[in-house]
Structure formats: structure tokens, C-alpha cells
Design a protein around this ligand. Structure first.
Ligand SMILES: [Zn+2]
Length: 94
């Protein structure tokens, strides 16, 4: 695995961590698959991301004080997440 890829994965893990903390993304309790909860306003996740960067929290040090890099990645991460668990369709079984 290249260093660049490792860095990207680290950054994506940070974005996912913020999304999970603000409940915009949730994990299926059975399959541990992450999904995007469209009932939750994603503004909270972006606000937290910006706050963490501005406060220089060690959690977001990979972003080098670049809050836009983090919010862009967060936006991509949310955009790519499925709307429910891909295995059981939780939380909206059909
Ligand atoms: Zn599931």
C-alpha cells in the first residue's frame, strides 16, 4: 500500500468518525455496515469538522488546519455512503 493511499484512508477514517459522532452516519447493529441517515441534518457534522480543525484537535491533525479539505472529504464520504445497510436495508427494511 502506498503512503498516499494510507494517508487518504486515515483522512477518510477521520471523516467517517465525525459522521458517526454526529449520527449522520450510522452502523447497522447486525452487520456493522455504515449507512447515511437522511433524517439527520448533515450540517452538524460539517460544523463539528470545522470546529475540530479550528481548535487544532489531534484527531484532525492529518488535515493540517485545512478545514475545507476535511469538509470536502466529509461531503464525498456522505455522498458515497448507502442510505441503509446494504445487507438488511436497516433502518428501513423493505
Ligand atoms: Zn444490516
Amino acid at each position: 500500500m502506498s503512503d498516499l493511499q494510507t494517508k487518504l484512508e486515515k483522512k477518510q477514517a477521520i471523516a467517517i468518525g465525525i459522521a458517526l459522532q454526529t449520527q449522520v452516519m450510522k452502523a447497522c447493529p447486525v452487520h456493522r455496515q455504515l449507512y447515511f441517515d437522511d433524517d439527520v441534518n448533515p450540517a452538524g457534522a460539517f460544523a463539528l469538522a470545522i470546529e475540530l480543525v479550528r481548535k487544532h484537535r489531534p484527531f484532525v491533525r492529518e488535515f493540517d488546519d485545512d478545514e475545507h479539505a476535511l469538509t470536502d472529504l466529509l461531503s464525498d464520504t456522505l455522498g458515497m455512503a448507502p442510505m441503509c445497510c446494504p445487507i438488511c436495508n436497516a433502518p428501513k427494511p423493505n
